[in-house]
Design a binder for this molecule. Structure first.
Ligand code: SF4
Length: 343
């Protein structure tokens, strides 16, 4: 559906009956394209080291000296990939702070992961901005998709909070799309000075870019960051954004993210009721999950039991095949085995 900025803002304002109607329309759009299914991803967090200094993130460069830094080696990544494989999940999601070293580590493990899964795997990366030649190398090694969230489409706010330009971020995305990656972007709800119009721009930017996945997370104030005293993002606005994204681009993969659960218990069920169709399960081991401070020490870490309960409460079944929409629509998608990672 093509929606104007004004129409999207109206969707973001919806509450009560209007909000429920919005969610119903979003669920209908999801069912029409992909069926009542959610894609499962298994994430491994490679390092909490980052060269960027985002004002909302405890892993920012200024905290490097005080954070308990780790970088997984190839064998540690493979150990976690084996746990994802054992759980019957076929999207291996490798996520990390933005440091050049991840290119080498990830480039080396991708072929090994592909071999482990007998090539029936989606390798999804979220490693931050890199040179085009590095993106190309990772693609040649077997990566298939890449998430690089634009965070906010407001260039001034982006520069103020990330200390890097939105234009540079968009250039990375263009490189990824040009190289043939399936690309995901995403935005944060509740940044200082952000308006509903800005959030509508976030959706319209994602549509204009031609990405395949889009996400939204309510802002989570984290200790030891410049925004630690800023209020949490509005969960209702984030849910309405999920629904609006579903209606604007029904084919998008849209996760129901852990920040929803963090800001409101049961928030991930609501994310699916609003039209989400992706659940990410954390396969980092307990020690490293504790040190990956993306939302602070008490972030909500999604494990398989919570994921399966959430999908069940939302009335969705899990699928292994992230981009096989035809198979899903015709009921041929294979359900994932109950995830049983030890972490
Ligand atoms: Fe680094 Fe990402 Fe945190 Fe920004 S949000 S400081 S890029 S890990």
């Amino acid at each position: 559906m093509s929606a104007s900025k004004l129409e999207i803002v109206e969707m973001l304002r919806a509450r009560g009956d209007a909000q429920e109607q919005l969610f119903q329309e979003a669920r209908r759009a999801r069912a029409a394209v992909r069926g009542d299914v959610a894609v499962l991803r298994g994430v491994v967090e490679l390092t909490n080291l980052c060269r960027v200094n985002c004002d909302y993130c405890p892993m920012r460069k200024d905290n490097t000296a005080t954070n308990s830094i780790y970088v997984l080696d190839e064998e540690q990544v493979m150990d976690r990939a084996r746990a994802i494989h054992a759980a019957g999940i076929s999207v291996v999601f490798l996520q990390a702070g933005e440091i050049p070293r991840t290119t080498r580590i990830v480039g080396a493990v991708i072929p090994r992961i592909r071999e482990l899964f007998n090539d029936e795997v989606e390798i999804l990366l979220n490693l931050g901005g890199k040179k085009r030649s590095e993106f190309a190398y990772l693609k040649e090694q077997g990566a298939t998709s890449y998430i690089l969230k634009h965070e906010t489409a407001d260039p001034e706010l982006h520069l103020k909070l990330r200390h890097e330009s939105l234009a540079d971020r968009l250039k990375y995305m263009e490189d990824l799309l040009d190289l043939g990656y399936k690309v995901g972007t995403g935005a944060i709800v509740g940044l200082p000075g952000q308006s509903l119009e800005d959030l509508a721009d976030d959706i319209l930017l994602a549509k204009r870019l031609g990405v395949h996945m889009s996400s939204v997370a309510p802002f989570v104030p984290a200790p030891r960051t410049p925004l630690e005293n800023h209020p949490s993002g509005d969960v209702d606005v984030a849910l309405n954004m999920i629904a609006a994204m579903r209606l604007v681009e029904p084919r998008w993969l849209i996760p129901s993210v852990s920040a929803l659960e963090k800001n409101r218990p049961g928030g991930q069920v609501l994310g699916f009721q609003a039209g989400g169709n992706v659940m990410t399960i954390n396969f980092s081991d307990a020690e490293h999950a504790d040190r990956y401070l993306i939302y602070g020490k008490d972030r909500f870490v999604v494990r398989s039991t919570h994921a399966m309960e959430t999908l069940s409460r939302a009335g969705l079944t899990a699928t292994r095949s992230p981009f096989a929409t035809a198979a899903v629509a015709s009921g041929r998608a294979r359900p994932a085995r109950a995830a049983s990672e030890s972490a």
